[in-house]
Design a protein around this ligand. Structure first.
Ligand SMILES: C[S@@+](CC[C@H](N)C(=O)[O-])C[C@H]1O[C@@H](n2cnc3c(N)ncnc32)[C@H](O)[C@@H]1O
Length: 272
């Protein structure tokens, strides 16, 4: 396990994933019934962007720094939350901040030290469980939730060559165990071939009602660079396509540098 999210915290990909995640959870909470949120690859929880790994790469300066400097109206909810939470919040801290009293969050993190740090962040928090366990195994073990309503974030590090295949298998498993669950799965866009193959794998699977929200900073020609990223959503809440589009457009406007191939969009991969 070489990937350490601390080097990348607050970068453009984090902003895209987290801004859409905040919209997803808030929208699901328009219904009063309790929810279970599962964060399968949770990371550390909080990141100091001014020292250590994040300061060394400076990726956050092209990401969350641009949004905090001048928050576009479509991103106000997400950016306010980041501003209010102190140290830069990773997905578990953002999701925890949105829980209502009857909701709960389960987090999995396989890196032992990161898991200890995450566990310490939620000591005595009865609404949060932190598991030192493998994400792919947890999808089978922790689903379906007793609440019968839930949001599952799958955010793998993409350090293994077969990560797209594992992600597609994980989505199929989560959907089989919990067909009504909302699944949000993050993926990198370095070049187009693996992304197309991933979309095709989902189209050819029994999973129904799938959309993908994508943003590219430049034409994805160079496989060595993170040229963009996507969030694939199974069972998106009603009006995802129309309500998430302005969020994505605001992210493109602030995070893009006007390079050729910059763009964003939401595509429906599989009908209901
Ligand atoms: C992209 S980072 C997660 C970032 C986090 N979701 C956020 O948005 O703040 C991926 C994390 O998954 C962890 N990880 C890698 N393989 C895993 C596995 N099989 N099961 C659980 N966690 C894993 C890594 O240690 C890393 O902390």
């Amino acid at each position: 396990m070489n990937y350490r999210h601390a080097f990348h915290a607050g970068n453009f990909a984090d902003c895209i994933k987290h801004a859409l995640l905040v919209w997803l959870l808030r929208t699901m909470q328009r219904k009063p019934a309790a929810l279970m949120v599962l964060d399968t690859h949770a990371g550390l929880g909080r990141y100091d962007l001014t020292t250590g790994p994040a300061a060394r790469t400076g990726e956050w300066r092209h990401g969350i720094a641009r949004l905090l400097e001048q928050p576009p109206p479509a991103l106000a909810d997400y950016v306010d939350l980041v501003g209010r939470l102190g140290l830069y919040p990773g997905s578990p801290v953002l999701l925890r901040a949105l829980l209502r009293p009857a909701d709960r969050l389960a987090c999995c993190e396989l890196h032992p030290e990161d898991c200890d740090i995450l566990r310490a962040a939620f000591t005595r928090d009865r609404q949060v469980a932190v598991h030192h366990r493998d994400a792919w195994e947890a999808l089978g073990a922790l689903l379906p939730p007793a609440e019968k309503r839930g949001l599952i974030l799958i955010d793998p590090p993409f350090e293994a060559p077969d990560e797209f295949d594992r992600l597609a298998a994980g989505i199929r498993l989560a959907h089989r165990r919990f067909p009504q669950g909302v699944i949000a799965a993050w993926y990198p866009i370095k070049h187009l071939a693996p992304v197309r193959a991933f979309h095709t794998a989902l189209r050819d699977s029994p999973v129904r009602d799938v959309v993908a929200a994508e943003l590219t900073l430049r034409t994805p020609h160079d496989p060595a660079r993170l040229n963009g990223c996507g969030l694939l959503i199974v069972n998106p809440p009603w009006r995802f396509e129309s309500e998430a589009a302005p969020i994505l457009a605001a992210l493109r406007d602030r995070l893009g540098d006007g390079e050729a191939g910059e763009g964003c969009g939401i595509v429906r991969l599989v009908d209901e």
